[in-house]
Structures are given as structure tokens and as C-alpha cells.
Design a protein around this ligand. Structure first.
Ligand SMILES: [Zn+2]
Ligand SMILES: [Zn+2]
Length: 357
């Protein structure tokens, strides 16, 4: 078999020749590959990189054939090392684990792809208006295609917290996209006020990696509907943390009763409502959530304002307690409820989240 010097060294038999029948001269062409790769890498800001390669097809078949003859023809490691060294020389950056860019080289086709590590940004958001969803929500009629129902936007709501935060980030990081990971979510018709809700923004395939987050904050906050604060760079681990942490929340609800309620009775009802609430999955979300009974704690229920049939109440609750159903009782699916305690039908007219701790 005709082999290059490198492959001859590994296989230990055959003839050293111009054309290598084993690696198809992959080793000889490392400089050429590196040049092409570095050119593509230069489109991105990065400090670190790593190299991986893939063996399949005819190269894999050759490996298996040689293996039967007792020859271990393993070239991945050697090739990666050689390619990485060439890239290091050309860029001055370091090969590390968990790098900004991973080069995946295909040893069968001599093609490559770059995997760009996302940028993760932690922060808190405030939602100052109602009727925008937390994440992009496709129109249910056309599934995003655009139709008369959605005014050909493809979206169920005009905008989302995600879009309002992601768009400036995509622009500043010259990224392909950005995804919002929130610590829970408020209802579409609820505002998120106070100190805001924790989130992590995942910026996908960023060409810029070192953006001044003050600049990002200003770009997002200039849009009015949504504001962010406390932005800082973080890592992928924080996404899991934000998604699994059980945050205690404080809500302000405008409650409307079916008939006039005595103030004393209302205060007593709120007092006795505190404690464990047994809540079966609400009717309004039962089509997308499993039907089960959750027990959640109501820590506090304070009357802020009251006239006749209308009351403004602040509820402080464990994560996962549905406030609209806590008030209405959801036809007995939530017990106890404010309506049950007062003895008058009640519903939430407006709801805001005022603190997430
Ligand atoms: Zn070779
Ligand atoms: Zn539509």
C-alpha cells in the first residue's frame, strides 16, 4: 500500500509514496485545511478553540480491514493535534476544553463545520404592558405561516418578552438568534413589575462575544414595553439553575366579586385562606398540562384596597400556585379559594407579578 510518512509511521508496513492510499493525504494538507478554517473562524470573535474529527465511510472501512490484520490505524488524535497546532500558529489562540469555537473536521470528505459556543447572559426583566407573551407564540390557525387571523404576522401576540430582549442582543452580538430561558412565566395578560423576573438569554452563534452589557441594557430598555436590569455574563449551567429554582412570588390582583362584599368578611376570608392550597390543573391550561393535583403554599394575602364589589389584593405564594384559580376556585378544582371563603363568586380582572424572590 502506498502511504504518506505519517501513515507509514502508524501502520508500519507498505511503501512511502506521493499519494497516500490510507488518509488520502489528509496529513500533508493540514496547512491548507488550517488556512481555510482560520479564514472562516475569523468571522467570529473568539479566544479559545478545539478540534474534533470524524472518521466514517471508506476510511472507517480501511480501519476495520487493518484491524483484522492486527494493525491499529488510529489517525484522529494525531490529525487533531496537527491541525490544532497549525490553527494555534495562525491565530495565536489556545486549544482548550469548552472552547469558544469547536472545529469539526470530516476526514472522509475533507470538509469542516464550526460550532460556536453560545453566549449566556443572566438578568431580570420587567414587563410593563399586558398581552405580550413571554416567548414567541405562533398563531394557532396557521402555525406561523401567516393568515387572516394573525394579520399575516404568523404570531398569536404582537410581540413577546423574548423578542424584545433577543432582537437587540442579536443585533449587538451579530448572532443568528437568541433564546430566553425564564424563571417561570407570568400569564400573557399579567405584567411583571417590581425587581423583575430572573432569566438567562442564550445568544446563538454570536459573531461578537465581548459586548458591553450596559449597551445591551440601554438598547433593550429604549423599547419601553420591556426593561431589563442586573445583566451579567454567565454560563450554560445557569440556565438549568434559573429553570429549576422555585421562586416565591408576590402578585397584585384586582378581584371583582359577583355582589358587594363586607370589608370585615373579606379580611377574615383572606386571613383564613393562608396556608396549603390544593390545586387541580386549571381548566384554562389543562389542554397543555398534565391533569394532577398540586399542593402549594399561600404565604400571605393582604387587602390593599376595597370598594363594594372590587378589591385589590396582594398574594405572596409558592412558585406554581395559579392565582386566578385561587380567587375563583375554578369550579371546585382549587380549594380553598377566595370565592369559597367569602361565599360569593369572584374572578381576577387584572393581575400583575410585583416581586419574584
Ligand atoms: Zn496518509
Ligand atoms: Zn395565523
Amino acid at each position: 500500500m502506498n502511504l504518506c510518512r505519517e501513515c507509514y509511521g502508524i501502520i508500519g508496513e507498505g511503501v512511502v509514496a506521493e499519494k497516500c492510499e490510507a488518509c488520502c493525504n489528509a496529513f500533508d494538507r493540514v496547512e491548507e485545511f488550517a488556512e481555510e478554517i482560520v479564514k472562516k473562524m475569523s468571522e467570529y470573535e473568539f479566544e479559545t478553540f478545539n478540534v474534533g474529527s470524524r472518521v466514517w465511510g471508506s476510511l472507517k472501512a480501511l480501519q476495520e480491514y487493518l484491524s483484522l490484520k492486527g494493525i491499529e490505524y488510529e489517525i484522529k488524535q494525531r490529525f487533531n493535534t496537527k491541525l490544532a497546532r497549525a490553527i494555534e500558529e495562525k491565530t495565536g489562540s489556545k486549544r482548550t476544553l469548552n472552547p469558544d469555537i469547536t472545529v469539526l473536521f470530516d476526514l472522509e470528505t475533507f470538509t469542516f463545520e464550526l460550532q460556536i459556543r453560545p453566549v449566556f447572559i443572566y438578568g431580570r426583566y420587567l414587563k410593563r404592558v399586558r398581552n405580550i407573551s413571554q416567548t414567541r407564540w405562533l398563531c394557532g390557525y396557521c402555525n406561523g405561516e401567516g393568515c387572516e387571523v394573525c394579520n399575516f404576522t404568523g404570531k398569536k401576540y404582537v410581540s413577546s418578552v423574548e423578542e424584545l430582549i433577543a432582537m437587540p442582543a442579536v443585533r449587538l452580538f451579530k448572532a443568528r438568534d437568541a433564546k430566553l430561558h425564564g424563571a417561570g412565566r407570568e400569564d400573557v395578560d399579567a405584567r411583571m413589575l417590581g425587581t423583575g423576573r430572573p432569566f438567562v438569554l442564550e445568544v446563538i452563534e454570536p459573531r461578537k462575544r465581548f459586548v458591553d452589557l450596559k449597551e445591551l441594557e440601554e438598547a433593550i430598555n429604549s423599547q419601553k414595553w420591556v426593561a431589563v436590569r442586573d445583566l451579567e455574563y454567565t454560563d450554560a449551567e445557569k440556565v438549568r439553575e434559573v429553570k429549576t429554582e422555585r421562586h416565591r412570588k408576590t402578585y397584585r390582583a384586582k378581584v371583582v366579586f359577583e355582589e358587594k362584599v363586607e370589608r370585615e368578611r373579606l379580611i377574615e376570608a383572606l386571613e383564613s385562606l393562608k396556608g396549603e392550597i390544593r390545586q387541580r390543573t386549571p381548566t384554562r391550561v389543562s389542554h397543555r398540562r398534565a391533569d394532577r393535583v398540586r399542593v402549594r403554599r399561600l404565604y400571605d394575602a393582604r387587602l390593599i384596597h376595597h370598594t363594594g364589589r372590587v378589591a385589590v389584593v396582594e398574594f405572596e405564594a409558592e412558585a406554581g400556585l395559579y392565582i386566578k384559580e385561587l380567587v375563583s376556585g375554578d369550579n371546585g378544582r382549587t380549594r380553598p379559594s377566595l370565592a369559597e371563603k367569602v361565599g360569593v363568586n369572584a374572578r381576577v380582572d387584572r393581575l400583575d407579578v410585583i416581586a419574584v424572590s
